[in-house]
Design a protein around this ligand. Structure first.
Ligand code: ZN
Ligand code: ZN
Length: 430
């Protein structure tokens, strides 16, 4: 029989890479806690209609990229392609609009899009995101940006930059869309086939197109600038946001071409980029979505948020990772024989009580094997237990760095390990 493989666009995450995932997740949790955002976990699949309405029928996500299936009851379900629509669905469904209209939430988990897999882009990918629902103030947009910025800084990403735009509101966005359509209709011959398709459906998406001929069209001096179409309220909102960002010391540039792929965005749209992946690469983005709740059948509820793809960030962190991070703290327990295994398992309960991480290898092998294995795992301290030690009621502790071996009682062993292995570096069992 042939060997089974993971589905295209998915992968196993394990080994040293896991530490980077944990680092990102822990950073997200701690920053969320500092800013007072609560975690929300929504289902992996939702009704297809949620995304058709909440992401937008005209988007590439809904048109081409969703994992949609019928369950045995004939319901159309979709693996979530993004996190904001489910969060807003939960907000409305749980009645927050009535009893607690202002919430600050974050989420973290896998998302699914049927796309061509490439470095940092998978069909099952992972995102974390922050959503502040119920707040109109541009200061809340600034807080969301500050959270993103704080997380990237905390992770050590360098050469960060912020691009920002406003997509307008129900009053001024339609005028811009009309101007865009007129502009593109005159030049539709120069657009790629995808964009010809987008022209009537979702002309804003053309601004995202990377095809060279479309880029040339976008660079035309006659290209309508979104900023020129903003109404007074939208201008004011943006001006206040930019003023706050300046006060926060977060540098930004206005990019009138920046749009978000999802239909429900209004006013603020932003992207954080880093210069580290060669070209300036987006590591996260977001914006305001004051139209989303109504698209889902609720009352009008303002909201602002951002999401970041974790695969990209892992790639960036892998680049700067040093060898030392593979070292494990704790102690390697090397039993020689069945009896040793049992005694060491009993010892491991004592180690647990003292918060000392350990790894026991039950391979029934020679001392030479165990020492090699401990070395490969980067563990400094090895406890050896053979027949002789059991008879004398002692443990042999070997320091893999100095090569020194000492014979210790259980009490002496615990004391020594507590001295040598500080709780702070117990990265291993967390
Ligand atoms: Zn407006
Ligand atoms: Zn195009």
């Amino acid at each position: 029989m042939s060997q089974l493989k993971v589905p295209k666009g998915t992968r196993d995450i394990l080994g040293r890479e896991i530490h980077l995932w944990r680092r990102i997740e822990e950073t997200v949790y701690s920053v969320a806690q500092l800013f007072g955002y609560q975690e929300i976990r929504t289902p992996i699949f939702e009704s297809t209609e949620l995304f058709a309405r909440g992401v937008g029928e005209g988007t590439d996500i809904v048109q081409k990229e969703m994992y949609t299936f019928l369950d045995k009851g004939g319901r159309s379900l979709t693996l979530r392609p993004e996190g904001t629509a489910p969060v807003m669905r939960a907000y409305l469904e749980q009645g927050f609009a009535v009893h607690e209209p202002r919430v600050k939430w974050f989420y973290l988990g896998p998302m699914f899009r049927y796309e061509r897999p490439q470095a940092g882009r998978m069909r099952q990918f992972h995102q974390f995101g922050f959503e502040a629902i119920g707040f109109e103030s541009p200061a809340c947009d600034a807080e969301i940006i500050l959270i993103a910025w704080t997380i990237y800084e905390e992770l050590g990403l360098k050469r960060l930059s912020l691009e920002i735009n406003s997509l307008g509101c129900n009053h001024c966005k339609p005028g811009y869309i009309e101007a865009l359509k007129n502009f593109f209709r005159d030049r539709s011959e120069e657009l790629c086939s995808n964009c010809k398709d987008r022209l009537e459906r979702n002309p804003l998406r053309i601004l995202d197109c990377k095809v060279e001929t479309c880029q040339t069209v976008l660079r035309s001096t006659a290209f309508p600038n979104l900023q020129d179409f903003l109404c007074e309220d939208c201008k004011k909102h943006q001006a206040e946001l930019l003023q706050t960002l300046t006060a926060l010391g977060i540098p930004f540039v206005i990019n009138p071409h920046l749009v978000r792929g999802l239909d429900y965005y209004t006013r603020t749209a932003f992207e954080v980029k880093t210069g580290e992946l060669g070209a300036q690469d987006a590591v996260g983005g977001g914006g305001r979505y004051d139209n989303l709740s109504q698209a889902l059948g609720g009352q009008r509820v303002p909201g602002v948020g951002f999401a970041a793809g974790m695969e990209r960030i892992v790639l960036l962190l892998q680049k700067e990772e040093t060898e030392t991070s593979s070292e494990r703290s704790g102690v390697y327990l090397a039993p020689l024989g069945k009896e040793g295994e049992r005694y060491l398992l009993v010892l491991s309960r004592v180690l647990l009580q003292h918060g000392i991480p350990f790894y026991t290898d039950f391979a029934d092998k020679t001392l030479k094997y165990h020492l090699k294995r401990a070395q490969k795992m980067g563990i400094r301290w090895v406890v050896i237990l053979g027949e002789e030690e059991i008879q004398k009621s002692v443990f042999l502790l070997k320091d893999m760095i100095s090569g020194e071996q000492i014979s210790l009682s259980q009490e002496g062993l615990l004391k020594k390990l507590q001295e040598e292995i500080s709780g702070a570096e117990n990265t291993y069992l967390r």
